[in-house]
Design a protein around this ligand. Structure first.
Ligand SMILES: Cc1cc2nc3c(=O)[nH]c(=O)nc-3n(C[C@H](O)[C@H](O)[C@H](O)COP(=O)(O)OP(=O)(O)OC[C@H]3O[C@@H](n4cnc5c(N)ncnc54)[C@H](O)[C@@H]3O)c2cc1C
Ligand code: SF4
Length: 464
């Protein structure tokens, strides 16, 4: 029957398209595409272009995922091309949606996955640069430059820069996220890229690709329950990133492989309970991966602290193999009130000077960044960013925080239109969205809900 929802039965469903589900200085997007081909050759069905929108439950067990509807217009009305999402009924579902997964949140809401205050996050911008053959960096293949800083509004950022084969280099900056702290990731990244030391190395490099993403950086103390009846959680979804070394691909791959083995055993034993699937958790906790994660268990909680105390904590952790002064180290409590934009400085006055001197007002505009990410969305579809209470934006959020979304979003999705006939209003540009999910983490009122847009939309990386 036309427009009827289809139900697809499968043994095991992996949700996500990153290394956690399909498998460094490698092209991760190409590796995942290649692994997808390998999986298909082995008889695995790879459903591309269909985001998982809703988790299906039967009692307290996960039974699969409903994919998103296609062909709805901006008002949510069905277009001629409408296709309802399908129900994929799986014996076991493996969630690998990356950092800040929306399906993970649904499972957490229903089954309670976290015993503590939940996960904590950092956000990063990464660029691929085309470097001139005569730039100093081109001659240093194999070298990785790490930087402490630039400082950004009291937040400690860490930068990296390394050359790759083919006359390219990767450059990036990562900052800890605390809701309430005024942060402008894009400006911090521009300050990093225009710092004289970085400019000396990159010379006349030209950015050819740009992207942003949050990282689930809290480590073992912020992991969810890894197994529930009918489901397991892998990769960044399950805090498998080592924030000390900014390594998450390895954690995603290893956790995905261990989960696959546990799922295979559970299917063979026809027991899909959390207890049967907990083989995954046991193997993970005994693995070298977990030893690395354990070493970094208090790292993010230290770096996200303000001022000099962070260095004391980090030094103590280095000496005591991750223990530090307190174990677990409580996370830094977010500021009660963010600064108004009049006080907003990115980095130091020096950084502002570098920006002005080297690149005019900015190294790269947010819009150019969006262009370089290859981001594409169907324009005529329901907005995938939901403001739970739009009045909060023009009321308390404007008064207390001066709409920080206009600064923390690296893609300029949030814009305040001052000259609207009914007073200032928040305008959304969802088709710019880089899918980094910084807004969900950083919104001081928890007013923003990020949902998956229609399948196939989002950044399309070629070199990263
Ligand atoms: C700036 C930066 C630099 C980094 N550098 C390194 C590095 O040098 N080395 C390293 O090891 N790690 C690095 N990382 C971390 C690394 O990228 C992540 O840890 C790793 O990609 C996590 O893999 P994942 O599969 O868990 O999640 P992801 O790579 O985030 O993949 C998740 C996938 O699931 C898809 N998805 C999400 N929701 C849904 C849904 N509902 N339905 C269907 N699909 C969905 C997403 O589109 C995405 O393709 C870096 C991260 C950043 C931000
Ligand atoms: S709207 Fe949110 S998810 Fe999209 S780019 Fe901006 S901060 Fe990132």
């Amino acid at each position: 029957m036309e427009n009827q929802r289809e139900t697809l039965p499968v043994d095991a469903l992996f949700v996500g398209g990153g290394p956690a589900c399909l498998a460094g200085a490698i092209h991760l997007s190409r590796l995942c595409a290649w692994l997808g081909e390998v999986a298909e050759a082995e008889g695995v069905n790879v459903f591309c272009g269909f985001p998982g929108k809703e988790v299906l439950f039967s009692g307290g067990a996960v039974t699969g995922v409903r994919t998103g509807d296609r062909g709805l217009d901006a008002k949510g009305e069905k277009k001629g091309s409408f296709e309802p999402g399908a129900d994929i009924q799986a014996a076991v579902t493996v969630f690998g949606e990356g950092s800040r997964g929306s399906l993970l949140s649904q499972v957490d809401e229903k089954l309670g996955l976290f015993s503590g205050p939940g996960q904590c996050f950092e956000a990063g911008i990464k660029q691929v640069l085309q470097i001139p053959p005569d730039s100093p960096l081109a001659a240093q293949l194999g070298t990785v430059v790490h930087t402490l800083g630039p400082a950004h509004n009291g937040a400690f950022c860490g930068g990296f820069l390394y050359p790759m084969a083919g006359g390219r280099a990767a450059a990036g900056l990562v900052a800890p996220l605390s809701p309430g702290r005024d942060i402008d990731l894009h400006q911090a990244f521009c300050a990093f890229m225009t710092h004289p030391y970085i400019r000396k190395l990159t010379g006349e490099a030209r950015p050819v690709e740009h992207g942003a993403r949050t990282l689930c950086a809290g480590g073992p103390y912020t992991m969810p329950r890894l197994c529930v009846d009918g489901a397991v959680f892998v990769g960044d979804s399950a805090s498998m990133l080592d924030p000390r070394r900014l390594k998450g691909v390895h954690g995603a791959l290893v956790s995905g492989m261990l989960a696959a083995r546990a799922v295979f055993c559970a299917l063979a034993a026809q027991d899909l309970s959390a207890k049967a699937l907990s083989l995954y958790q046991r193997e993970l906790f005994a693995s070298p991966l977990f030893a690395d994660l354990w070493r970094a268990r208090n790292f993010h909680q230290a770096v996200s602290r303000p001022g000099f105390s962070r260095w004391l904590h980090i030094a103590a952790q280095e000496i005591s193999l991750g223990r530090g002064f307190f174990d677990p180290l409580p996370r830094h409590k977010p500021a009660k009130k963010a600064r108004k934009p009049g006080f907003l400085v990115f980095g130091s006055e020096k950084n502002q000077f570098y920006l002005a001197k080297n690149q005019g007002s900015s190294y790269l505009s947010r819009e150019d960044g969006v262009f370089l990410s290859g981001t594409r969305h169907e324009e005529d579809q329901p907005c995938h960013i939901i403001l739970r209470d739009p009045d909060l934006c023009t009321g308390p959020c404007r008064e207390q925080y001066a709409n920080p979304c206009t600064r923390f979003c690296p893609a300029g999705v949030y814009e305040v239109v001052e000259s609207s006939p009914h007073g200032p209003r928040l305008k959304l540009n969802p088709s710019n969205c880089l899918h980094c999910k910084t807004c969900e983490v950083m919104d001081p009122f928890g007013n923003i809900l990020w949902t998956c847009p229609e399948g196939g939309g989002g950044p399309h990386y070629r070199f990263a």
